[in-house]
Design a protein around this ligand. Structure first.
Ligand code: ARG
Length: 458
């Protein structure tokens, strides 16, 4: 019968079904590196304050390093009797070192230990995801550079609205990803506060040095309230919100590109390498990667829901419910990481079909708003200009022509303020050149922003 580290007050052994029901080793083994990192820092602190001797500390550090290697190489046996990764590592240390190993858990509880491990793991995950976001930003900048000068129809309500330059379009995603990175950095800053030393919930009577541990583990501060630490998973809710918003951004983009790669749009050419075929229809080339990026967003949003509902209604301090926090965390991190990675592959390999896009650019009156603004510059009140151009659009629709095709007489009849120079505001090319506001699709403005982003992401 396997002895439990907490077994002193128990006369009977644990029911096997309870062991199966309560174990977390099947998923929290992923924390092993971080658990050992935390334990080494803790052991050094114990030596620093004299709760273990320097020689004992050395043996503990050595033992933990060996266990780390065993787990990393797949030579370490896991079993549900030992519940979780923390007890596996500690009991392996005790097997090696006897009484010296039995000192490691001095002034520590699994509650502050789990929180520390999960924070260390999440901090690394945030850093890795930041790198993937940067990679995707660079892919979008690459897309912008490959399509300089290309004009796209811009949409609202998925109806043609105003023309935009392709780099302006690509940089819109670079901006969203920049906010995603900024949000993660902010979340990381609040996360980076050391839980260890809170012990179970009330702290310890032992003379520990929490600042020492914080320095060892790269935490910026020490959590000031042990009860709070024992119950706190805010940092996971925040992380999962950040991940959910990244997934939402990817999902919207994926939806757009799925549409753009249809025959009906015909805007986008996806490389064979990121598409799949049909087992029955020989002609098919499907955007499955984009569809799965869109679909997996459900899992990430689900993970955010899971953590929020998990945290709801828990009294202070630690409750075993919190063991369930790692499942949504791991799943969301894995999912968002692979989605970002694949998104970058798709964006880097995709190209916009200049000819097909240009061939239909005259449809949808993309220059109508430019014409209205021309009238405003001639002194016509905005509402009047709006109505004049609306009527001209209606006239064009009945004649199946463009605004630029209307004879000068028809234009002047609609509004005497229209002069010969109106030609400079008509047609999609002129409409793009007419923009001037900061943040607009004006060619000089887009060029400036592209140069700026290239510098920032270099
Ligand atoms: N496996 C547990 C978890 O992840 C460890 C903490 C157990 N603490 C306790 N007081 N039983 O939450």
């Amino acid at each position: 019968m396997a002895e439990k580290p907490w077994g002193g007050r128990f006369a009977d052994r644990t029911d096997r079904r309870v062991e199966q029901f309560t174990e977390s080793i099947s998923f929290d083994h992923r924390l092993f590196e971080h658990d050992i990192r935390g334990s080494i820092a803790h052991a050094r602190m114990l030596a620093h304050v004299g709760l273990v001797s320097p020689a004992e500390c050395e043996r503990i550090v050595q033992g933990l390093s060996e266990i780390r290697a065993e787990i990393a190489e797949g030579r370490f046996p896991f079993s549900i009797e030992k519940e979780d990764i923390h007890m596996h590592i500690e009991s392996a240390l005790i097997d090696r070192l006897g009484d010296v190993g039995r000192k490691l858990h001095t002034a520590r509880s699994r509650n502050d230990q789990v929180s520390t491990d999960v924070k260390l793991w999440t901090r690394d995950a945030i850093d890795a995801i930041d790198g993937l976001l940067l990679g995707l930003q660079r892919s979008f900048v690459g897309l912008a550079e490959r399509h300089r000068g290309l004009i796209l129809p811009g949409y609202t309500h998925l109806q043609r609205a105003q023309p935009v330059l392709a780099p302006h379009y690509a940089l819109a995603y670079v901006e969203k990803l920049a906010r995603d990175r900024d949000r993660l950095a902010d979340c990381r800053r609040r996360l980076n506060v050391l839980p260890l030393g809170a012990a179970a919930l009330a702290g310890t009577t032992l003379p520990i040095d929490r600042e020492f541990v914080a320095r060892e583990l790269g935490f910026d501060a020490v959590a000031p309230n042990s009860l709070d630490v024992s119950s706190d998973r805010d940092f996971l809710a925040e992380t999962l919100f950040c991940l959910a918003l990244i997934a939402e951004h990817l999902s919207g983009w994926a939806e757009e590109w799925i549409l753009w790669s249809t025959q009906e749009f015909g805007f986008l050419l996806l490389p064979d390498a990121v598409c799949t075929g049909s087992s029955i229809m020989p002609q098919k080339k499907n955007p499955d990667v984009l569809e799965l990026i869109r679909g997996r967003t459900a899992r990430v949003v689900g993970a955010l829901h899971t953590i929020l509902v998990l945290m709801k209604g828990l009294p202070l301090a630690y409750n075993r419910d919190l063991q369930e926090d790692k499942l949504p965390l791991f799943d969301a991190v894995d999912t968002v990481s692979s989605c970002l990675d694949l998104a970058s592959v798709v964006v880097s390999g995709a190209s916009l079909d200049r000819e097909r896009i240009a061939a239909r650019l005259d449809e949808g009156f993309l220059d109508a708003t430019t014409l209205m603004e021309y009238l405003i510059l001639k002194g016509v009140p905005q509402r009047t200009g709006h109505e004049v151009v609306g009527k001209l659009v209606s006239l064009c629709e009945s004649r199946r022509c463009r605004l630029a095709d209307l004879p000068p007489d028809d234009l002047r009849a609609a509004c005497p303020a229209i002069e010969e120079d109106v030609a400079g505001s008509l047609g999609v090319e002129n409409a793009v050149k007419a923009f001037r506001s900061y943040g607009s699709t004006a060619p000089a403005e887009v060029d400036r922003q592209l140069t700026e982003w290239k510098g920032r992401l270099a």
